[in-house]
Design a protein around this ligand. Sequence first.
Ligand code: CMP
Length: 136
Amino acid sequence: MTQRTLVLLKPDTVRRGLVGEVLSRFEAKGLTVVAMELRQITGELADQHYAEHVERDFYPPLRAFVTSGPLVSLVLEGDEAIEVVRAINGATDGRKAAPGTIRGDLSLSNRENLVHGSDSPESAEREIAIWFPGLT
Ligand code: CMP
């Protein structure tokens, strides 16, 4: 089934000059970019996006990190896009993520893990509405 998913190339991806490398992995897989924007977000937007994590101990440094510089938000579309993107991203902790995944190949961190992908159809719908309210 064709799905859309919300992907973030977090500030570490932009800072490290990996936007092209990361984006090309999604494109090479066959996913289509249907929306994309570079911007530095406010803490309020971070709180909305990470609503389920705001009470967690790891959230204050995560909030500081995701607002620390520009990031790229995008919507990707394709067959089973939500699962496919999560597989390409790899496990949350870059130190444990499998080689061949974005995090496994390019991140050594649990926080600065380069990418975000929606974890379910419900999350994708909620997150796309937050980041791209004009997208139909
Ligand atoms: P993401 O897929 O965007 O979803 C939540 C984010 O919180 C996750 O990627 C990491 O960037 C961060 N995160 C999750 N768990 C931890 C943790 N234990 N310590 C630090 N950051 C975390």
